[in-house]
Design a binder for this molecule. Structure first.
Ligand code: URA
Length: 253
């Protein structure tokens, strides 16, 4: 299940992996977590048609267990190709599995709702919407964090494409990442690949999820690289600090 959304999306949401229904329908986030995600998107004026939604792993791990490192590794080149083709201006890792693509040793509770620049790409990590289904106390936190994403988009201005479909630009543009300078005024942390080697934090509390294995990686054709690569204007304000990291974190998110 490759994903869903606009090939011109400026915002890419990355979840964990498809569940049974997602696998059957070929659509990400179709269950209760997806319903909540739809509500969250709507709360900041977005919809599934205006963003791109995908997952770390492209097949359903057996019994909905957490994806294993070899499974995320096996699917990584699909995700990399999707990111390269769509060239989003902001990537929103949903939950710790997606966050681990860039920050394997950082807890989602620490980085959530804090913009990060990683090798020129802006990341805005958020809790996985499914976390609210397991821990109702996180629901309002997730809602508030989404509003912070909305505020960030507002600061970055209208060059973030929220239109469902935008015609291809007259001349193919080279996908252009957000530069650190462009987001310097936003409360953003700039990273390089070297950061990924930091020692793993023990902050997260492990909550076992049901187990399995990702079947053979699907062959998917990423959308054509037709992203319009308008540079983002320099933000003019600073995002508010998010709350302190929650001590109540689920390892599956
Ligand atoms: N559905 C998805 O597609 N991904 C998730 O991470 C959870 C539910």
């Amino acid at each position: 299940m490759p994903g869903q959304g606009s090939p011109h999306a400026d915002i890419m949401f990355i979840g964990e992996g498809p569940g049974l229904n997602e696998d059957k329908q070929g659509i990400p986030f179709v269950g209760a977590a997806g319903t909540f995600l739809n509500t969250l998107l709507a709360s900041i004026g977005l919809s599934r048609e205006t963003v791109f939604i995908t997952n770390m792993v492209k097949c359903r791990p057996p019994n909905n267990r957490d994806p294993q490192p070899d499974e995320t590794a096996a699917c990584a080149h699909y995700l990399d190709a999707q990111i390269a083709a769509i060239a989003p201006k902001i990537i929103v890792p949903l939950g710790r599995h997606a966050l681990a693509r860039w920050f394997p040793n950082e807890p989602i509770g620490k980085l959530r709702a804090h913009p990060q620049i990683f090798d020129g790409i802006m990341l805005f990590p958020l809790y996985h919407p499914g976390a609210a289904l397991h821990n109702g106390g996180l629901r309002s936190t997730i809602e508030e964090d989404f509003l912070k994403l909305g505020a960030l988009l507002a600061e970055l201005g209208t060059s973030v494409n929220m239109a469902p479909e935008v015609p291809a630009p007259p001349e193919p543009a080279t996908p252009e990442a957000v530069s650190p300078a462009e987001v310097a005024a936003v409360d953003t942390v700039v990273h390089t690949n070297e950061d990924a080697t930091e020692e793993e934090s023990k902050e997260e509390t492990e909550v076992a999820a049901a187990p399995e294995t990702v079947a053979a990686a699907p062959v998917e054709s990423p959308p054509e690289p037709t992203h319009d690569a308008d540079p983002l204007p320099a933000p003019t304000a600073t995002l508010a600090e998010s709350d302190e990291p929650s001590t109540q974190q689920l390892s599956m998110f």
